[in-house]
Design a protein around this ligand. Structure first.
Ligand code: ATP
Length: 369
């Protein structure tokens, strides 16, 4: 069992509040991503879970046990960082063996001083070669075992870093943007590999990324953070289709969600130009409400239908075509996914936009639905 529980975590750095009371329950074996813009506190939260940083208040439990007094290595979790932190003068096999050698030296009652560790790593290699070979096979890096990190590609180094984390058979993997140094194609490939690894190991994964697409494709659940607060914690589908906060709606999804400003009539309805909608929770009259809809919730229509505007730009992804329309009263272009069988549009065309009423989401001045 390696459920991870954070309760009311508070953390400041030199008077600046970075975590403002974050609580999170991660189930055993779950893949959870922490996402949010730069500086929202996701790395700090991960480091607190790992024991690399101490919270000012709140509690962390791993596998049902409060670990606040435990050193990082006693928490039985493995960290994988963005910079792979491999030892450049050791081979891949020796790098993977480091945690095993450390463990043997600590259980033998000897203090592992890093400078004095290297001869042990070299000597111990034979004894632990079997364990190293097993993880190397899992990650398909057996042919690289005799190389030095300098002779590896970014993706290979990343795999070695994961192998080094795996060899300890930790209860949980904590990963901090492990793919951010890779090129786009390799990132996509490594995403799939990490997901497969998670399924195979059945271990708990906590994964920090600022890339919402990465979080959407890999996670069982996503924790969206902003300004030191947890805004929403849910499955990718929930976060995408039922955001509870406009900041979540705007952070998740590519292309972005469309947002229009409207004013509440105080009677449970509001209108943004020609689009009128009812509000799930009545807002006071005159309150500015923001109405949001995803590009696929709208379609192009005859110029006198719904929102009217002029096509400013088109984005062709091959599988999808997104049309950007400069519509009256909208601060930013409205993005519409064009359907293959639907109306065609060229830059400069005047078009209408029809939005499915049941796909409109309204958010109040407090950002909430
Ligand atoms: P990024 O995606 O840029 O890594 P993040 O969401 O992971 O961002 P954190 O690294 O948790 O954010 O940092 C949150 C805030 O805390 C930032 O404003 C950062 O400058 C600050 N911070 C983090 N670590 C320290 C530290 N050791 N001392 C002072 N301030 C820190």
């Amino acid at each position: 069992m390696a459920a991870i529980e954070a309760r009311d975590l508070i953390k400041s750095f030199r008077g600046t509040s970075v975590l403002k009371g974050v609580s999170l329950n991660i189930a055993d074996g779950e893949f959870v991503s922490l996402v949010g813009p730069s500086g929202c506190g996701k790395t700090t939260l991960l480091r607190i879970l790992a024991g690399l940083e101490l919270q000012d208040a709140g509690e962390v439990s791993i596998a049902g046990r409060v670990v606040d007094d435990l050193e990082p290595k006693a928490r039985d979790v493995a960290m994988v960082f963005q910079s792979y932190a491999l030892y450049p003068h050791l081979t891949v096999a020796e790098n993977i063996a480091v945690p095993l050698v450390m463990r043997r030296l600590t259980t033998a009652g000897r203090l592992p001083v890093l400078g004095g560790l290297m001869p042990h790593v070299r000597r111990a290699r034979k004894g632990i070669a079997g364990e190293v070979a097993t993880v190397a096979r899992t990650l398909e890096i057996e042919h690289l075992l005799d190389r030095k990190p300098g002779q590896l590609s970014g993706g290979q180094r990343q795999r070695v870093a994961v192998a080094r984390a795996m060899v300890r058979e930790p209860k949980a993997f904590l990963m901090d943007e492990p793919l951010s140094n890779l090129d786009a194609k390799l990132r996509t490939q490594m995403r799939a590999e990490i997901s497969q690894l998670h399924r195979r190991l059945g271990a708990t994964f906590v994964y920090v990324t600022h890339d919402q697409a990465e979080a959407m494709t890999m996670s069982d659940r996503i924790a969206v953070m902003m300004g030191g607060e947890l805004l929403q914690f849910g499955t990718p589908d929930e976060i995408y289709a039922e955001p509870v906060d406009i900041r979540v709606a705007e952070f998740i999804g590519s292309p972005r969600i469309n947002v229009l400003e409207a004013r509440s009539d105080g009677q449970g309805a509001a209108s943004a130009g020609p689009i009128a909608f009812s509000l799930a929770n009545a807002k006071p009259q005159g309150e500015v409400v923001r109405v949001a809809f995803r590009p696929e919730a709208a379609e192009l229509a005859a110029p006198d239908t719904g929102l009217a505007g002029r096509v400013e730009h088109t984005e062709n992804f091959g599988s999808d075509l997104f049309v950007h329309v400069r519509a009256e009263g909208a601060a930013a272009p409205v993005i519409v996914r064009s359907r293959p069988q639907g109306r065609r549009a060229q830059i400069g065309d005047h078009v209408g936009i029809k939005v499915a009423p049941d796909r409109l989401m309204a958010f109040g001045g407090d950002h909430k639905r």
